[in-house]
Design a protein around this ligand. Structure first.
Ligand code: SAM
Ligand code: SF4
Length: 364
């Protein structure tokens, strides 16, 4: 809003604009050069998601265009040695959990070798993988033996045709076989299933997924659709909230019982059924943002550190890794990036701007 003050033209902010200001607009001050990773809002960062490739063999409608995306040049992708070095330094700074993702992480050649390298890092408490599952049958044993401790398999439909409609691949049987294959290794627990909740698609199978959770012991979680799809089909109206899915389940099974004692920074609200059999969870980043408890940072396949899924800034750690920087300088670069971590995402308010990268290029 522009106003005049005597001869001067001044810009005043409307009440709405002021409400939208956040502490992100303030100077966070100098970042600490020692101690565990912490951002300028006091959030301790413990969770690192590492994308090992931007490529994928699926084309999920909520993520990638049918024709794919221009893939990153090979030379830009971090090597296993670079990922392992960076991970070791990050764990020394207080990272406790690492999740490998992509793109589709299992299309990266020899992924179990990377898992083995990371599993040797002292102090790392959890090493997990998010996958679409299509290559899991072949790699389950090698991953388990390499030291994988947890797994998330993305699965949006239990019906062959609907699965193919969403992923643009006729691969339900392979994914279900992959789930069985990894579940055979008790050292990889829990086994979680992630489904993206989209209004008009998800509702008819909510109860089938609830029954699957009860039958198999896999924890089934629905995640709200976020504006991170490359085709930009996301509309607010397409979000099916966790609360709505919970209501569908409760109508059939009665009240769900919250699972207590979960980590406050855990993204999912977890529940069991009244008889204690089965677990379901709801990840509600849009309807119930959990930014204030966010303990996550992300590394893209080309070595850019992102401190929020919706970040507009990245820190080029690949350049640091490929310079003659020592571990202390690498640690400083990570600390400085984390210190500037965004306060929150702005989905749903007028400040929201899509990021240049979509989900498969970031690593969900
Ligand atoms: N390809 C692997 C997979 O699908 O599990 C790993 C990468 S994928 C980008 C990671 C997770 O992001 C998947 O669980 C996927 O369902 C989720 N995802 C992708 N696009 C999304 C979107 N627009 N909103 C919410 N979740 C999304
Ligand atoms: Fe590939 Fe995962 Fe994106 Fe689907 S959600 S297109 S499987 S990266």
């Amino acid at each position: 809003m522009t106003d005049t003050d005597g001869d001067r033209q001044v810009t005043r902010q409307s009440a709405d604009e002021v409400r939208q200001l956040t502490y992100e607009d303030r100077d966070p001050g100098p970042h600490p050069t020692t101690g565990l990773l912490v951002d300028s809002y006091g959030r301790r960062i413990k969770n690192l998601r590492i994308s090992v490739t931007d490529k994928c063999n699926f084309r999920c409608v909520y993520c990638m265009p049918a024709e794919g995306l221009p893939w990153l040049p090979r030379a830009d992708i971090l090597t296993f040695e670079e990922i392992a070095r960076l991970s070791r330094v990050a764990v020394e700074l207080g990272i406790e959990q690492i999740r490998l993702t992509g793109g589709e992480p299992l299309v990266r050649r020899d992924l179990p070798t990377l898992v083995a390298m990371l599993s040797e890092i002292p102090g790392l408490r959890s090493l997990s993988l998010t996958t679409n599952g299509i290559l899991l049958t072949r790699q389950a044993r090698a991953l388990a033996e390499a030291g994988l401790t947890r797994i998330n398999v993305s699965l949006d439909s239990l019906d062959r045709e609907r699965f193919a409609q969403l992923t643009r691949r006729d691969a339900l049987a392979q994914v279900l076989a992959g789930l069985d294959a990894i579940a055979a290794y008790p050292q990889v627990r829990p086994v979680k299933i992630n489904a993206v909740a989209m209004r008009g698609f998800t509702e008819p199978e909510v109860l089938d997924f609830a029954r699957l959770a009860r039958r198999t012991g896999y924890s089934v979680r629905w995640i709200e659709f976020m504006p991170l799809d490359a085709d930009q089909i996301w509309r607010k109206e397409d979000i099916l909230t966790g609360a709505e899915i919970k209501a569908i389940i409760e109508e059939e099974f009665g009240p769900l019982v919250p699972i207590k004692g979960s980590d406050p920074s855990e993204t999912a609200r977890r529940y069991t059924f009244s008889d204690g059999v089965g677990e379901v969870g709801f990840i509600n980043p849009v309807s119930e943002p959990f930014c204030s408890q966010c303990d996550r940072i992300r590394l893209t396949a080309d070595g850019q550190l992102r401190t929020c899924l919706f970040a507009h800034n990245e820190t080029d750690l690949r350049a640091v890794l490929r310079s003659h920087a020592d571990d202390e300088q690498l640690a400083l670069a990570i600390r400085a990036a984390v210190w500037h971590k965004e306060l929150k995402h702005h989905i749903g308010d007028t400040r929201f701007r899509r990021t240049a990268r979509s989900m498969s290029m970031i690593g969900g």
